[in-house]
Design a protein around this ligand. Structure first.
Ligand SMILES: [Zn+2]
Length: 76
């Protein structure tokens, strides 16, 4: 599958409901790429952090990869 736009992925840490996740976000569209699926042919994209979280929970049910995607909260 070829993309219709040229994504410019920027790495950032998403914070949502107490969870920090290192993700790639496209500068132009704001799309968030699932860090577990990666940026290749199997990539999954989301507009809403909530949707990404749901998707990551689905990963967690299937595999143990989830923990690699989550950045542990730092103690202040
Ligand atoms: Zn995924």
């Amino acid at each position: 599958m070829s993309l219709q736009w040229e994504p410019e992925w920027v790495e950032e840490v998403l914070e949502y409901s107490g969870v920090r996740i290192r993700v790639f976000r496209d500068k132009a569209t704001g799309l968030i790429a699932c860090p577990v699926c990666g940026l290749g042919d199997n990539a999954s994209y989301f507009f809403m952090p909530r949707d990404l979280l749901e998707h990551l929970r689905a990963h967690a049910r299937r595999a143990d990869k989830y923990r690699f995607a989550v950045v542990e909260s730092e103690e202040e």
